[in-house]
Design a binder for this molecule. Structure first.
Ligand code: BGC
Length: 381
């Protein structure tokens, strides 16, 4: 059966009919509170045929919770996040689980020039004292309320989110209509389909900022996780964490994850790039050519046997190992998130692309439709 549930009432009804059957995919909806300006926000629980669940709120399109089985079939929540909307609304949430836009990662000095006109963006970040625009600005797509529609298509639970980013928002040109659809497939994949259209040329770089800990959120650091990145090159950064514009070979450096390495194995090596960013916080240039959905990264956690594979159509991936987590935030199970207690694999175009003509194009023009897909697949080995 192929159908979409269009009203929330129908969504609730649907869940009521499937909630008792553990193996039936479906979507349920619960209130998640109100934003400071009084907008009602919901949380949607997507369930697949194996009993895996993803809880997603239409505030920031945030994946709040994602359960996955270990090698003994024990389900645990493998993403970092908070229990309450208030904690996400506070300024200090480091983008846990959120949708990122209009431009993921940094734009140097918050300035770019397009068709002879210079645009100045809101500056909201200052690595090593050097200001820039990060993840869409002061109020990026992670801090807005998205229109939400629960879906059940071909026995797969989904959530369609839509947002209109107005001309001039955070300094960006053009009305940008964004649609992001999350699917929780029956192959234990979180599949994210992004699309966007605009009425003026504008830079766009959309991603999701989930922090994973395959031991379960709150269960310590991620240094023993074993990582592979399908990338022979990365984009080194300057002191402000802005790409220099070079595509550098990873060969012979701690950035070489073309064969398996533990995240913690070389992260403290005496390397200038690691020092600047306090660890891994860089964009890798994926080996695949064109926009074919391809394996970009995999991560294995030996004690639980959990295995995460990341597939994407995007040209880059930001691997960030939680260097700015410092124990000041308490997560869902009440435990503090300390240094390197989670890692993010943000599939994306390269940071600061509008200022680097040699990087793949990020300018979306009227009449074009941006489309990209990323899959986070969970299994065990
Ligand atoms: C960036 C980090 C930043 C983090 C936000 C990552 O995508 O690369 O530099 O601190 O997001 O928490």
């Amino acid at each position: 059966m192929n159908f979409a549930i269009t009203t929330l009432f129908a969504g609730a009804l649907l869940f009521a009919t499937v909630a008792s059957a553990k193996d039936k995919p479906g979507v349920s909806k619960q209130p998640f509170g109100k934003t400071p300006s009084g907008e009602e926000v919901s949380i949607y629980t997507l369930k697949n045929s194996n009993g895996m669940t993803a809880e997603i709120t239409n505030y920031g399109g945030i994946i709040v919770k994602l359960t996955a089985p270990d090698k003994n079939g024990k389900y645990e929540d493998v993403v970092l996040g908070f229990n309450s909307l208030d904690d996400y609304v506070k300024d200090n949430s480091p983008y846990f689980g959120a949708l990122i836009g209009r431009y993921g990662n940094r734009i140097g000095q918050g300035i770019f020039t397009l068709n002879g006109k210079t645009y100045t963006l809101a500056k909201n970040n200052e690595p090593n004292g050097i200001p820039c625009a990060l993840h869409g600005g002061l109020k990026g797509f992670d801090k807005v309320v998205w229109k939400a529609e629960p879906l059940l298509v071909k026995n797969t639970a989904g959530l369609k989110l839509e947002y209109l980013s107005k001309d001039g928002e955070e300094g960006y040109p053009g009305n940008l209509k964004v649609t992001v659809t999350y699917w929780l497939t029956n192959k234990n994949e979180v599949k994210i389909d992004y699309s966007a259209v605009t009425d003026k040329p504008t830079p766009v770089n959309l991603t999701n900022h989930s922090y994973f800990n395959l031991k379960g959120e709150g269960n310590g650091d991620i240094l023993d996780h074993e990582l592979i990145l399908n990338a022979d090159k990365f984009t080194p950064v300057d002191k402000g964490l802005i790409p220099t514009g070079k595509l550098e070979s990873v060969k012979g450096t701690p950035f070489d994850f073309t064969s398996v390495h533990k995240i913690g194995e070389r992260v403290e090596e005496n390397n200038e790039q690691l020092k600047i960013a306090r660890g891994y916080d860089h964009n890798w240039v994926l080996n695949h050519k064109g926009n074919k959905l391809s394996l970009a990264a995999s991560v294995y956690e030996p004690t639980t046997g959990r295995f995460l594979e990341v597939f994407t159509t995007q040209p880059g991936i930001q691997f960030y190992c939680g260097n700015f987590l410092d124990g000041s935030l308490k997560g869902k199970s009440g435990k503090p998130y300390n240094f390197r207690n989670g890692f993010a694999l943000e599939t994306q175009h390269f940071p600061d692309s509008p200022n680097h003509p040699n990087f793949p194009n990020t300018i979306l023009k009227p009449g074009e439709t941006l489309k990209s897909t990323t899959i986070f697949k969970l299994s065990t080995k």
